[in-house]
Design a protein around this ligand. Structure first.
Ligand SMILES: [Mg+2]
Length: 267
């Protein structure tokens, strides 16, 4: 008899990694980890905005198991487990490069070139297909020039601009056009070969929203933003997928365990 395969693709911060570190929260993580260990055929993917090394440090700190895949850098990197470590998934790299119009992050940097008041962020915040800048003051005045230089290089990108009121600096992320966590989760569905109804996505915030509306089974942990819960409730009904979205009563790891039991992935 063959084992049914399942995939849990989960956000880390605020979902599997609790925002408060106390004994109870860590016990709840332990409980979930024991349930993973007792299950047969459950594969894991962590889907995070973090860089790979920071994602690995985060799971080690609270005792989460090593996953089959890491999706890092807001969905622009996928790493798969190999003997003893993780390597960038070659098919995903090809896909990112194709989306960027055949370019890589280095080409993006070269195309944007130097500009007064625009500065590359620290190396650990860069990824192969995500290039991140600081701007002096608000980012808006820089966006048009950055975009036109990238257009001239035929780079197909989305610019995500934000402003940090604390430092007064702006932030600009350059990402392959249309790439976010939802694209990566669809990719994992294909790469893992699990049936659609056996893929469960868990998350807590706005950057999980698109991944939560792709039609897979979804766990919204109890601590998720109230506005997100309300919005997902309305959208799910509108799209006819309400029964696929489970709003957990419990927060964080305990909420993920509750949801996995609801969908029958764990007993
Ligand atoms: Mg989160």
């Amino acid at each position: 008899m063959s084992i049914t395969r399942y995939l849990l693709a989960s956000d880390l911060d605020g979902t599997l990694i609790p925002l408060e570190r106390n004994a109870q929260r860590l016990r709840e993580v332990d409980e979930l980890v024991h349930a993973f260990e007792a299950s047969e055929g459950l594969r894991l993917a962590y889907v995070t905005g973090r860089h790979l090394s920071l994602a690995q440090a985060g799971i080690a700190e609270i005792g989460l198991p090593s996953p089959d895949w890491f999706v890092c850098d807001v969905g622009t990197s996928v790493y798969r487990r190999t003997n003893g470590g993780y390597e960038p998934d070659p098919d995903y790299r090809r896909a990112m490069s194709a989306v960027l119009g055949g370019l890589g992050g280095d080409d993006v940097r070269a195309a944007i070139d130097a500009m007064d008041g625009l500065e590359l962020q620290e190396e650990e915040k860069q990824a192969e297909f995500k290039v991140s800048y600081y701007t002096k003051g608000r980012p808006e005045p820089f966006v048009e020039t950055v975009q036109s230089r990238l257009d001239a290089a035929h780079a197909k990108v989305n610019l995500v601009a934000s402003h940090d009121p604390v430092s007064g600096r702006g932030l600009i992320d350059v990402l392959p056009a249309g790439i976010a966590k939802d694209y990566a989760v669809r990719y994992l569905h294909d790469a893992s070969g699990v049936d659609e109804e056996h893929l469960v996505y868990a998350g807590d915030s706005g950057n999980d929203r698109a991944a939560m509306l792709t039609g897979y089974r979804v766990i919204v942990v109890g601590n998720a933003d109230e506005a997100l819960k309300k919005d997902l409730g309305i959208e799910a009904v509108a799209q006819g997928i309400a029964e696929r979205i489970y709003f957990a009563e419990h927060p964080y790891a305990r909420g993920v365990l509750e949801g996995l039991r609801h969908f029958g992935l764990l007993s």
